[in-house]
Design a protein around this ligand. Structure first.
Ligand code: DGL
Length: 277
């Protein structure tokens, strides 16, 4: 269905959050070509149903495959929780069984055991990610002795998408969820940021974090996991072009994306507007 010539690595998120993953991946693997797609016009995905997140994510992956990507990373926990498995099992075999779609939850879960001494971890995420219980299920499979408590933080993505993550108004929403998850399990010593938007809130979260509780942002773990994957799969590595180029696509205004992305990436970028359907 799609032409099989070498191409870039695709990254997809509902909006800007996946840029925190892209940033770490590009630092670790700078020679590859990348296409980043943010579905900003339809963000946030967090409160949306399984079916809607699946349909939106499926459209985005099909677009990135059409653009020549051989490998797509769902740089979004909500899409990884609600759409990844169906795309891998149902769509990929029909589209092109040699292409791959990977998520961000598995690489994050793999590091949980070595990060937590108390073996009590908390996961902060969107309502969609938390209600899917994906982290609990994956952690239970890999590390059955680790106790997991999830906390949905529905206002955190809008704070980031609207550039309010550092404002005094953000304090209330950040403190509320930190207090809630730590009182649900006072033995938690590690909080996983299970949403790719949340790294921008790290300075704010730290203000309300007691000593002895550490934060785990996913970017570096996802980047390391991708490097390992490419080492283990030379047949995929050979299908990836390496010219160090990056394209940025958004379903919303290109100007708005470019402005916000410069905060995430600390540099200005050119952005193209596209439509998904
Ligand atoms: N950045 C996304 C995640 O990791 C989702 C945000 C949203 O659209 O709600 O879950």
């Amino acid at each position: 269905m799609f032409a099989s010539v070498p191409g870039p690595i695709g990254l997809f998120d509902s909006g800007y959050g996946g840029l925190t993953i892209f940033d770490k991946i590009r630092k670790l693997l700078p020679t590859y070509d990348y296409v980043y797609l943010g579905d900003n016009a339809r963000a946030p995905y967090g409160p949306r149903s399984f079916e809607v997140v699946y349909q939106f994510t499926r459209q985005a992956v099909a677009y990135l495959f059409e653009a020549g990507c051989q490998l797509v990373i769902l740089a979004c926990n909500t899409a990884s929780a609600k759409a990844l498995r169906t795309i891998q099992q149902k769509d990929l075999p029909r589209w092109d069984a040699t292409r791959r779609v990977l998520g961000v939850i598995r690489p994050t879960v793999e590091c949980v055991d070595r990060l937590s001494c108390s073996k009590h971890v908390g996961v902060l995420g969107t309502s969609g990610t938390i209600s899917s219980r994906s982290y609990e299920i994956e952690i239970a499979k890999m590390f059955p002795c680790v106790r997991v408590t999830g906390e949905a933080c529905p206002m955190w993505v809008p704070l980031v998408e609207n550039n309010e993550y550092d404002s005094p108004g953000a304090d209330y929403f950040v403190r509320k969820h930190i207090d809630r998850i730590l009182s649900a399990d006072p033995l938690i010593d590690t909080l996983i940021l299970g949403c790719t938007h949340y790294p921008l809130l790290i300075p704010k979260i730290r203000q309300f974090l007691p000593a002895g509780v550490s934060l785990c942002a996913q970017g570096e773990y996802v980047a390391e996991s991708l490097r390992d994957y490419l080492r283990r799969h030379p047949e995929m590595d050979r299908k990836l072009t390496q010219g160090g180029a990056c394209r940025f696509l958004t379903t919303e205004s290109a100007e708005k994306f470019s402005e916000a992305a410069s905060i995430f990436l600390r540099t200005s970028i050119a952005v193209e507007h596209i439509s998904l359907a």
